[in-house]
Design a protein around this ligand. Structure first.
Ligand SMILES: [Zn+2]
Length: 300
């Protein structure tokens, strides 16, 4: 059965300014249940994360300061959210969601987190709505527990996975791929194992051609025994923060390529949602829902 990490607190009770991007975390499960793609038994509420599972990935001083709300204003400003205990609790819950997903992926082939994809979190600092890097934490959980030895992280959010690239820069057990908009944030990019940069307004044909040219070869060469996929839908044409021009159909084909590759090669897959900030909320929900629909279709 498809297991999906979700808790009501994923939609953090933020002020009006931050409400818009967060509401999708409530609407995606609603949509999936309404249309019968999922039912209540597909969803699970993550438990409490153990500090040791964060400290595989994040520096202790930073983590303590974050938990105790003791980041200096200069350290907290790049996050972009007002800091609060409940915000940190939510962030920890999401990371635990990804940890619990990986066990489900090992068992069922695929598992998904309704949120996550916090790829701008570095070992020792937070950036752009990301404080704890859920997929890096999930990857280190697998390595620490000898559940996987070669991990591929495929980050197709429109923004470069700078935190993830930096965390695994010196770790050859983890191979990082990031496809992103050349002119999109972050303006200083880190070095992933493979970075593919797109010009503004890149559409379906060019995007999907590049995927076909790069990703199957990496899987053949690196031979991962676990894959993380960050399926941000901020590659869509009308995204407020993205600069690419991919259609909803193209975005669905993108997900289909990744899911089929993992299924065909029998490699367990964890998916976190990442960004999606289109003016039209319907587009965001539709594009994210497609990822879940495809997982159900292809795996179950
Ligand atoms: Zn993004």
């Amino acid at each position: 059965m498809l297991k999906i990490a979700f808790d009501k607190s994923y939609r953090h009770p933020l002020d009006e300014k931050h409400r818009f991007p967060m509401i999708k975390y409530e609407l995606i499960p609603e949509q999936l249940i309404r249309e019968n793609t999922c039912n209540d038994s597909n969803f699970f509420i993550p438990g409490c994360i153990e500090d040791k599972n964060v400290l595989t990935t994040h520096e202790e001083t930073y983590y303590r300061k974050l938990c105790d709300l003791k980041l200096t204003p200069k350290e907290a400003r790049p996050i972009g959210f007002p800091m609060s205990k409940s915000l940190i609790k939510r962030e920890k819950l999401i990371s635990q969601g990804t940890i619990e997903c990986v066990s489900n992926s090992l068992k069922n082939g695929v598992s998904m987190n309704i949120a996550g994809g916090t790829h701008h979190a570095f070992r020792d600092r937070a950036e752009a709505f990301c404080m704890l890097n859920d997929q890096a934490i999930g990857a280190n959980f697998l390595l620490e527990n000898n559940l996987a030895s070669k991990i591929l992280i495929i980050d197709l959010d429109v923004h470069q996975g700078n935190g993830t690239a930096s965390i695994f820069k010196l770790d050859n057990r983890v191979f990082t791929i990031s496809f992103h908009g050349k002119k999109n944030y972050p303006f200083h990019k880190e070095k992933s194992n493979i970075d593919v940069e797109f010009d503004d307004d890149t559409g379906d044909i060019e995007y999907l051609k590049k995927m076909d040219a790069v990703i199957p070869n990496i899987i053949d060469e690196f031979q991962p025994n676990f894959i993380f996929y960050l399926s941000g839908v901020d590659i869509l044409k009308n995204d407020r923060l993205g600069r690419l021009g991919v259609s909803i159909d193209g975005c669905k084909k993108r997900d289909e390529i990744i899911l089929n590759l993992c299924k065909r090669n029998n490699i367990p897959l964890q998916i976190s949602m990442g960004g999606g900030y289109s003016h039209d909320l319907k587009n965001i929900i539709e594009a994210h829902s497609n990822t879940f629909r495809l997982a159900q279709e292809i795996y179950f």
